[in-house]
Design a protein around this ligand. Structure first.
Ligand code: ASP
Length: 449
């Protein structure tokens, strides 16, 4: 009897009622009839919730005089996905790999919140329009929220993508939680080198059982890109604006979730996004991309060394935290410093000790937009002289992922440093891109040309 406690549970047990039964509640001469449905386990202990014949759910407060009768058994509430749409042979072939997150979630009666329970093939049947764009093969990799993913999951995702690409698909989609989608996108950008076809990560800010869900349009944009985009890169496909107007394809190393709840939460930082999808058109927004070429051979480098960390500096930060990471055997530290790339002088001795013991220390900025420049102020120059590596305009999260990846490629510190400073997957822009593009509302008819 999920979610029922106290008075409400006792009244239901006395009547012999179970979830899914048709029951009658008689209260103050009013009769309510409907199917008993579960409640969240965090709700109160006085209400019974039924789904009445019109489909509405109503909650009835139980008082000592409330009577309950069980009328009979009805259908237990459960999610039954519609049958998958008919495949149309001859269309491009796309694989959807699901990992969980809101895009693969429905409301869970246990907690009243959403839970990742939908598989890649359910997604396909829920958005039947996808069958007009591509022939889709679906695989469940995991069913977790993205805050529960680790670098081991990144490796598993990269290996799965490689497996599907080897089978000859025209593109691969990864349905993913939005919270750490930027990290996974960066990880795949380094792990999947020399890509022949696009790899598109897609998420949703609202689960697909809510009327305001952004999942269907995001998925349609992702499938269009995976099957037809001219580029072969790791990208993230999400809403461009709060409306269902267009989808933006962000490069995997330059993308960040910048809002907790808006549908247009994802922004490309310090670069131009790759492309926009409006209707069934893909409009390239830059000429700088690796073109799709199915003749190219994918190189898989799926290992990450988890002995790397990201430390966000704040005024008064205790430098001992740096010593702690060194004593725990960490091999790399990415600092998210202030402004152009600084931390307080109090931290300098700990940073020096870390570098002297062989730890690679890189600097990024908590400003998010712009690039670091450690030559402007004496604190920056002192850090450079100690051997701190300036990481250009890389996002701090991307820098951490890259640090983990570089440490797994080589045990030679000089080689790790060389890799860190080399632009491998668009993570370092040579030129600063100004300004931050404000979200615009597009009129599809005007924008199409
Ligand atoms: N916490 C969720 C996740 O990242 C949020 C989402 O999917 O949007 O998995």
């Amino acid at each position: 009897m999920p979610g029922y406690r106290g008075l409400a549970l006792k009244a239901l047990l006395d009547a012999g009622a179970e979830i899914g039964d048709l029951i009658r509640i008689i209260k103050d001469d009013v009769i309510f009839e409907g199917i008993l449905i579960p409640r969240s386990e965090y709700s109160d202990d006085r209400h019974i919730v039924i789904k009445n014949r019109s489909g509405y759910n109503i909650g009835v407060e139980v008082t000592p005089s409330t009577r309950i009768e069980r009328i009979g058994a009805e259908m237990k509430p459960a999610f039954i996905p519609p049958p998958p749409p008919k495949q149309r042979p001859g269309l491009p072939r796309v694989s959807i790999l699901s990992t969980g997150g809101t895009i693969a979630s429905r409301v869970d009666y246990r907690t009243g919140a959403v839970r990742p329970v939908i598989s890649a093939s359910d997604l396909y049947s829920i958005v039947p329009e996808l069958a007009d764009i591509a022939v889709i093969d679906a695989e469940i990799l995991f069913s977790v929220f993205s805050e529960d993913l680790t670098p081991k999951h990144w490796s598993a995702m990269a290996e799965a993508v490689a497996r599907h690409i080897t089978r000859g698909v025209d593109g691969v989609i990864i349905a993913h939680g939005t919270d750490t989608m930027g990290y996974s996108a960066a990880a795949l950008s380094f792990a999947l080198q020399n890509l022949p076809v696009p790899v598109v990560l897609v998420g949703a800010q609202r689960s697909e059982d809510r009327p305001s869900s952004d999942a269907p349009l995001n998925l349609i944009g992702a499938v269009l890109a995976a099957s037809r985009a001219p580029f072969a890169e790791v990208t993230v496909a999400m809403h461009e604006t709060p409306s269902d107007d267009s989808i933006i394809l962000h490069r995997g190393t330059k993308v960040r979730k910048c809002h907790t709840s808006r549908r247009d939460a994802f922004k490309t930082v310090n670069a131009k996004p790759l492309a926009r999808v409006i209707g069934d058109r893909i409009i390239m927004l830059t000429n700088e991309y690796r073109p799709r070429d199915t003749g190219r051979r994918l190189v898989l480098r799926a290992n990450f060394d988890e002995r790397a960390t990201l430390i966000k500096f704040y005024p008064g930060m205790n430098p001992k935290i740096i010593d702690w990471y060194v004593s725990e055997g960490y091999r790399g530290i990415v600092l998210e410093g202030t402004g152009l790339g600084h931390v307080r002088r109090e931290c300098f001795p700990a940073i020096k000790r870390a570098i002297e013991s062989g730890v690679i220390v890189g600097m990024t900025s908590q400003c998010i937009w712009g690039r670091i420049n450690m030559n402007v102020y004496s604190n920056g120059r002192d850090l450079l002289a100690m051997g701190v590596i300036p990481l250009g305009d890389m996002l701090a999260e991307t820098a951490l992922v890259k640090m983990m990846w570089c440490l797994a490629q080589s045990t030679d510190p000089e080689e790790v440093k060389r890799l860190l400073l080399t632009n491998l997957a668009g993570e370092i822009s040579e030129r600063t891109v100004e300004p931050i593009e404000a979200p615009r509302i597009f009129s599809p008819s005007k924008e199409a040309d």
